[in-house]
Design a protein around this ligand. Sequence first.
Ligand SMILES: [Zn+2]
Length: 233
Amino acid sequence: MNFFYRHRVAFGFCAILTAVAFTFCICFFALSRTASETSRLVVVIDAGHGGIDGGVVGVETGKKESDINLSLSRILQDAFEEAGFYVIQTRPTEAGLYGMATNGYKKRDMMKRAEIIRESVPALVISVHQNFFSVRSRRGAQVFFRESSERSRLLACDIQASLNEMPECVKKTDALKGDYFVLNCSDYPSVIVECGFLSNPEDEALLVTVDYQKKIAAAILKGSVAFLTTATA
Ligand SMILES: [Zn+2]
């Protein structure tokens, strides 16, 4: 082995050692970050609609449901994070999840939401929507669950009870069964919270304000914590 070759081998060996050490560090930090994330319960918040799908529209303000859903979902994220949860938003921006706005966009949007939910392995899934009905006097927050999921029913009942405690929620109601994709796409406890009716001027006037959105978020968090406390007791 000549001098030049020996040094080349030594250099090669050092390079490999450095690469291994570097990879180890990357893996270590990646793993330690994952460990701290997974030590917290994961909540998926699903802001309904988005992009070219604005959902329903407020009768007085013309506000799109998709914008109210997003604003409320961000407030809800803050509330859950302050309580120690790790939050994943399916739709963190105004954009829909369908890619190009071509044929089949709604299906692609829903499939993407399902993929995010399944990959998140969440303790809870909360889909945020606003309601609309032909009878303008209809008011109040309404929580939906999948009939075949007992845990989803319990979660829905706890959130509905918490929403019913709000003085602004004048129409007290029971949680309702619903056959919706976001409830059916996984077996994690999942609910749709229809926070109020954009077809009702009183509900709409409340729902467009950040103050009321904070109250709704606090009620959803309270109901969720009540469910988790009972579920793990
Ligand atoms: Zn909706």
